[in-house]
Design a protein around this ligand. Sequence first.
Ligand SMILES: [Zn+2]
Length: 327
Amino acid sequence: MAETILPWQVSQWDQLVRAEEEGRLGHALLLSGPSGIGKQRFAKALMHWLACEQPSAQGACGTCRACHFGLENPDIHIIEPPEGKRQIGVDQVRELVGISAQTAHRSGGRKVILIQPADAMNTNTANALLKTLEEPTGDTVLILISDEPARLLPTIRSRCQRLPFPVPPKSLAQDWLKMIVTDREQCEVCLHETGGRPLAAQFLFESDGLAARQRCDETLQAWVAGEISLSQASDALKDCELDFLLEWLSQRTHHLLRAVMGGDESAVNTIWQSWRQRPAQDILAFQQQVLELRAQVQRGVAVNRQLTLESLLLSWNMPARRVGLGL
Ligand SMILES: [Zn+2]
């Protein structure tokens, strides 16, 4: 069975189908937008469609030889960081340069190469990729996925046909998610906690993330209230991955900051309501610290989890500008 696109991706799909029909489909496509909204799923459906021998406007046929092979199709290649790594290696991209120079296995067919996430390339790797983008061979389509296209080299961005994927309309996200999260209220909470990103909400639900976030909130509250020590707080959070913690803090500070600036107060988590009186610049400085750390972690910078967590706990308890660090 071929991959299908999600209900909120119809306009992006139609755009590509039209471009293909009119012979103006770019040889490099950049699928960009926040994580957790289904860009990978779209890319897989697109790869199958591009490789299919009898594609229709709806997608791959699902029955031809190319479709039968699925992702084992020799004309389909996926480049992603090796297991346990965050970065795509320069040798992986060189391999891709080699692939794009060969002809497709299926006579008259195309090679489709997916790079995900495209921002997992350092400058050396990105420069190696540029070679392929600068000398495109007619029968290769490169698909790049990026949550943060601003982190890509401008020379890469400018050579790609951009396909933005925004956060879907709430009604579409809800209709889709309630097939997985059948409890209406819980469905609503999962979407809210993930800023309306349906696949992130699904993951949160399936990984029991709501309860874990609640434990994090309670720990932070107890730490700020002086009920537990720094090492106790850090110990209470020891089972949470750094990614999880940074995502949780980034979402919480986002809602809090919006409320403090006069936005929707009901969006703020109950425990975080008690920090509504904090000056906006303190919250903003903390949020910047969280976002910078998250970007570092995503870039593959080695970060000491324990030290990072403790420094975040300290920052939130004692904003730097109040203790005279001059921020
Ligand atoms: Zn097919």
